[in-house]
Ligand binder design. Sequence first.
Ligand code: AMP
Length: 280
Amino acid sequence: MEIFRTVAELRQWARNSRHAGHAIGLVPTMGALHAGHASLIRAARGSCGLVAVSIFVNPTQFGPNEDYNRYPRSFEADCALAKAEGAAVVFAPTVEELYPAGAATFVEVEGLSNRLDGASRPGHFRGVATVVAKLLIAAEADRAFFGQKDAAQVAVLRRMAADLRLEAEIVVCPIVREPDGLALSSRNLYLSPEERTRALALSRMIRQVEALAATGERRASALIEAARRIFAAEPAIRIDYIEVVNWATLEPVETAAPGTLFAVAAWVGATRLIDNTILA
Ligand code: AMP
């Protein structure tokens, strides 16, 4: 497995690889890799001849009071995981490499960027769309793999890829969970053992909402109310949002239909966690 630090190296490799007839799969990550990331690399391996994993803690998607500086970094272990899963390349640029001095170009997906996580984290999706556009272009990716875990991000990136007429297909992979239901996240590392137990309220709520929807309940208000009741029993958890939205537009819907996104974000102590389900 090769490790590239510059866009020029990645681009040269991508050119040669495509010339040799390989499809390129890209898995963008911020590192601190876990089984959720591994599932994306496996999915990419399954449909692309060569897979590049990017590891870059992207400063432009963090707000001024967010966890950019303390975000977990574990480069050696990440490379070992990427290699074990069959990645051909790890791309780990510096901040200066992706944002050269004087960089003034950003990708703004209007409307969608201000919804869900974008509403509570102003500028977050602008940073995400900008860095993913840079990565997709540099890697000449045929397909890029993302987790449904970040469902609003998927909506933003699909819109961006369509609007910019990017070649890459955006592929979405299922949420990988711990055996007890907690969605894997690099930020789970922040949780104390007690918070880790409390955090299970999120996945419990997702299961409850799925069960309620399976009984035929379609009213968004009823699904949200059921979710709020679960959190009411957990005063240590602070809800950021509970939303029932069209997954493509992130606009709220009154009545859920197949493919509707039910999404939640909540603070467990100082850690903000997200979870969601696509209603059947
Ligand atoms: P991150 O490193 O947190 O920026 O995540 C990189 C990619 O991994 C994103 O597409 C995430 O949606 C995806 N991902 C993170 N956690 C999970 C998970 N539990 N299951 C599936 N994909 C995930």
